[in-house]
Design a protein around this ligand. Structure first.
Ligand code: HEM
Length: 193
């Protein structure tokens, strides 16, 4: 799919490939004449394809899913919808929020809501690791080369870690910060903390 998109961009009329991320990457990749010298190729086509995958799957899908679940949870919990609406109106009135001033919403809703959505319905449900050497994690001994699955979605509902209300949606659990929300400071695993 990506190769088709890239090829159609390369075949487009004119010398510009577009001013979006892909266009800029293609500009960096395709050699251009500068007098007698050809500009150095800084990214290979494979690297461009890998970068596109990073932005589409690691960047776009994750963010879009998080927003989808946040809106879903707002519809299920109208009291949080009301809190968010009040906070937005208090901070911005009738103005549109922008990237520069969005951080004003950190007081109550945005941060608490988004962190709890990441815990409750996080876009990344598990990850994997492979041991490079034999090692021990607490009482668990693992041999070299062992594949380990780390199931965030299950761990995020562990009552031993999150408390008896682990199965409930409760953004307020994050009110003292992400490291204080559970019994261990690194309990929220579903994104880059
Ligand atoms: C809500 C949004 C996001 C979530 C839930 C999310 C989730 C994650 C998680 C769980 C990992 C760790 C995977 C692992 O170590 O096994 C990860 C790594 C990564 N994410 Fe995201 N991510 C989000 C947004 C983004 C965005 C916007 C970008 C870039 C545009 C991005 C790029 C990456 C990259 C490059 C890595 C690999 C980092 C490394 O291995 O050193 N992510 N992400």
């Amino acid at each position: 799919m990506l190769v088709q998109v890239i090829q159609s961009r390369l075949g487009s009329e004119g010398s510009l490939y577009g001013s979006d991320l892909l266009g800029l990457r293609l500009e960096a990749c395709i050699p251009t004449e500068h007098g007698d010298q050809q500009q150095q190729i800084s990214l290979s086509m494979d690297e461009i394809i890998h970068e596109c995958k990073t932005f589409i799957f690691a960047g776009h899908e994750t963010t879009a899913l998080l927003l989808t679940w946040t809106v879903f949870l707002l519809s299920v919990y109208p009291e949080w919808q009301e809190r968010l609406r009040k906070e937005v109106l208090r901070e911005f009135g009738k103005d549109n929020p922008s990237g520069d001033n969005l951080s004003k919403l950190k007081e109550m809703t945005m941060v608490l809501l988004v962190l709890e959505t990441l815990r409750f319905y996080g876009p990344a449900v598990f990850t994997q690791r492979k041991t490079m050497t034999g090692m021990a994690a607490g009482e668990i001994e693992t041999p070299k080369g062992l594949g380990i699955i780390i199931p965030f979605a299950i761990m995020h509902r562990d009552k031993k870690v999150w408390g008896d209300d682990a199965d409930e949606f409760n953004p307020l659990r994050f009110q003292n910060g992400v490291t204080k929300a559970a019994k261990v400071p690194h309990a929220l695993l579903s994104t880059h903390n």
